[in-house]
Ligand binder design. Structure first.
Ligand code: EPZ
Length: 421
């Protein structure tokens, strides 16, 4: 098993290229099930989750390979298998994104229920109820959801759940609607930039989607889609992670590819904390005043503060000059990083979906355990500034969503190495 070893205390300085967005690439790859002919995707990040999606798509008859320039070419060459099995879905919840395309294109989808994970249980009721609204039958067989439909009829679908909208449910319903008969209106759709990117890709293939990026999305069904060429947007969560890396080390970074318009809630909070964030010619520049002010953060669906940056913000606020509060409104159990940050000296008190953070002067290096993708990033950020050496075990969590993070950090001055147990 691999782990990261970090010697704290270096200020980060320099340029970090932001990679393509994992959460745009995964549904867009799944959307290739819908199209005839070849699709070419540029800026697909080289991540474990992307490779996992390639394996799943291969089993579903979708071939994919990268050319010498890194562009990914995808093409359907067999529509027989419609079963996304537990051993893949349980490792990567984004596998659920094949449900809508399989049902729309092949009229059948058998997808394992994802089950719980480190950030909470991951229900898919909004996905299944939404797809049944098109006229599909759904039944549960051995932990799989089996959906079948003779045809899909466009309809009005309300996608609001107890924690707001659902990103991948919006993706699934949109991907089913593009080949349904007639008009579909999705009310309370997710507004994340990754959903907008998916809609733009589908429109490039001949779909007729409007309202993407707003809570009301309208889809006029078409009879077929053709493969297209598309460039994946940059990863706003990776961008936010490096903004916080600069802030926590009192560093100074340029982030070409970073899009400030996708991170307004995060930039607002960072500026309140005392971090200087500016639009650069090719992306974002960030530096920080030495003193960090305490703030309140509540995570919400986009355009609110993203839950995927909650753990990273907690690491930063552990060193603020005063008490901060973080409330998690999307995944209320997403706090496995609290125990690990406490091992490094953070003064944290969890009260239900809220954590009170008492700012402290310093963090101390320690062996810690990564639990989910973003919690791992938070522990690495804490290690960058902690006194002494930090070892973040289970590096595989990070590799799911960050491309070569140790190389990117080392290139701007971090003392970080990937080692094997
Ligand atoms: C997507 O997950 C992202 N993953 C997550 O990023 C991200 O944290 C999340 O959206 C929220 O922004 C991908 O896009 C691949 P949701 P998703 O459905 O779609 C509840 C990362 O680190 N819900 O928007 O699974 C759910 O329990 C990952 O990159 C239902 O109740 O999240 C949660 O409380 C982690 N019923 C809330 O909605 C449903 O049918 C939002 O979940 C579906 C969701």
């Amino acid at each position: 098993m691999e782990f990261f070893e970090i010697a704290g205390g270096n200020r980060l300085k320099g340029t970090v290229e932001i990679s393509g967005a994992k959460n745009a690439a995964l549904p867009i790859m799944a959307a290739c099930i819908l199209v005839d002919g070849e699709t070419v995707l540029h800026n697909v990040p080289d991540l474990a989750d992307v490779r996992q999606m390639q394996v799943l798509l291969q089993r579903l008859g979708v071939k994919s390979e990268r050319d010498a320039g890194g562009a990914m070419h995808l093409r359907v060459d067999d529509e027989m298998n419609c079963h996304a099995e537990y051993e893949i879905v349980s490792k990567m919840r984004a596998s659920v994104c094949v449900m809508g395309p399989l049902l729309a294109k092949r009229r059948r989808a058998q997808v394992s229920m994802p089950g719980g994970c480190a950030i909470g249980d991951r229900p898919i009721n909004l996905h299944v109820d939404g797809l049944r609204a098109f006229g599909a039958d759904a039944e549960l067989i051995n932990g799989d959801v089996l959906l079948r439909a003779k045809k899909l009829k466009g309809t009005d679908i309300f996608l609001g759940g107890p924690f707001g909208s659902s990103v991948t449910a919006t993706a699934n319903i949109m991907m089913a609607a593009v080949l349904a008969e007639g008009r579909t209106l999705i009310e309370s759709a997710a507004c994340e930039p990754e959903v907008t990117d998916l809609a733009n890709f589908l429109n490039a293939c001949g779909a007729r989607i409007t309202g993407q990026g707003t809570p009301q999305v309208i889809v006029e069904g078409v009879t077929s889609l053709k493969g297209a060429e598309h460039r994946i947007i940059s990863d706003r969560i990776e961008t936010g992670t490096f903004l916080i890396a600069a802030a926590i080390t009192n560093g100074d970074l340029d982030l070409p590819g970073g899009r400030i318009e996708h991170l307004r809630a995060v930039v607002d909070r960072l500026r309140q904390i005392g971090v200087i964030v500016e639009r650069g010619e090719k992306g974002i520049s960030v530096s920080s005043a030495r003193r960090l002010e305490p703030v309140e953060i509540t995570t919400q669906p986009y355009p609110g503060f993203p839950t995927d940056l909650q753990a990273q913000a907690m690491a930063l606020l552990s060193l603020a000059d005063g008490n901060s509060i973080i409330t998690e409104k999307v995944f209320p159990d997403r706090f496995l990083h609290v125990g690990e940050l406490s091992r490094m000296g953070a003064l944290l008190r969890k009260e239900g979906p809220t954590v009170i953070i008492q700012g402290t002067k310093k963090l101390v290096g320690a062996p810690v355990m990564a639990s989910d993708l973003r919690a791992s990033a938070a522990l690495i950020l804490a290690g960058l500034v902690a006194k002494g050496t930090t070892r973040v075990h289970r590096a595989y969590h990070i590799d799911r969503g960050y491309e070569r993070i140790e190389a990117k950090l080392a290139a701007v001055g971090a003392s970080i190495r990937r080692l094997s147990e």
